[in-house]
Design a protein around this ligand. Structure first.
Ligand SMILES: Nc1ncnc2c1ncn2[C@@H]1O[C@H](COP(=O)(O)OP(=O)(O)OP(=O)(O)O)[C@@H](O)[C@H]1O
Ligand SMILES: [Mg+2]
Length: 233
């Protein structure tokens, strides 16, 4: 079943056209990877889905066309966004960031405990200011904060950015266990195609605002141009 069906998305920043009719689907309970070079429009696609920029084209969520896609409407539907650069509140502690992430939830303590089970490092750092966490810890906090919404869809913008390979592997391992236990639908933007294609079920490639390839992750990984451009083989 498709959780998101995105058709003919166009987006611009002033006179610069960033997306030129992008269409793709994201299956419920699956991981979809979005790959592509710098400036291809990957972040713009996520911004469109979380309602932070206006676009033309249609987005269907669980079979209903969404006419208004404001950030609050998308959050209410259960679309959580872990932005590029992470977006945690630097001057708040780990615990305060998690509380803010779940502000509209009851059973807050239970949900925070769940995050600490997935991210034991955050329990150890719960009273530390987010701004003083390491890059990997900040990424974990950003993901944990998004999960506090109990999202139906998790949009992740380059979770591996700036992280050492071992930390990237640790973050993806946690994402894998979250996906296995909750079945959260995920759309992951990654420059690190190797990591993303190993993690994902489906994938698509964006170049200069257009989808140039899509399919099962294993097939995309086997594509000669993907191997040459993104996998270094
Ligand atoms: N806020 C903005 N104002 C003006 N132009 C923007 C803005 N954000 C993005 N762009 C432009 O839109 C295009 C797509 O950018 P986007 O950030 O979506 O690319 P990306 O695929 O996420 O790239 P990267 O891999 O570098 O993160 C680029 O040409 C970029 O310069
Ligand atoms: Mg980006």
């Amino acid at each position: 079943m498709s959780r998101l069906v995105v058709s003919d998305l166009h987006a611009s920043y002033g006179r610069l056209r960033a997306l030129h009719g992008v269409s793709f689907t994201v299956d419920a309970g699956k991981v979809t990877a979005l790959l592509g070079p710098n400036g291809a429009g990957k972040t713009t696609v996520l911004r469109a889905l979380c309602g932070s920029i206006s676009t033309s084209g249609t987005v269907e969520f669980d079979g209903s066309v969404l006419t208004r896609r404001s950030p609050s409407a998308m959050a209410r539907l259960g679309v959580a966004h872990v932005p590029e650069g992470r977006g945690t509140f630097a001057d708040f502690t780990v615990l305060e960031n998690l509380r803010l992430g779940g502000y509209c939830r009851d059973r807050l303590d239970e949900d925070i405990e769940q995050q600490f089970t997935w991210f034991p490092r955050l329990r150890e750092r719960s009273r530390q200011l987010a701004g003083s966490l390491s890059g990997g810890e900040q990424q974990m906090l950003a993901i944990a904060r998004a999960l506090m919404l109990r999202p139906k869809v998790l949009l992740l913008d380059e979770p591996s950015q700036g992280l050492a390979p071992t930390i990237t592997a640790a973050v993806y391992e946690i994402l894998r266990s979250i996906q296995d236990s909750l079945g959260t639908t995920m759309l992951v933007v990654e420059q690190n195609a190797k990591v993303a294609l190993r993690f994902a079920d489906e994938a698509f490639v964006l170049e200069t605002g257009r989808v140039v390839l899509s399919g099962p992750a294993a097939e995309v990984a086997g594509d000669v141009s993907v191997q040459r451009s993104y996998l270094g083989t």
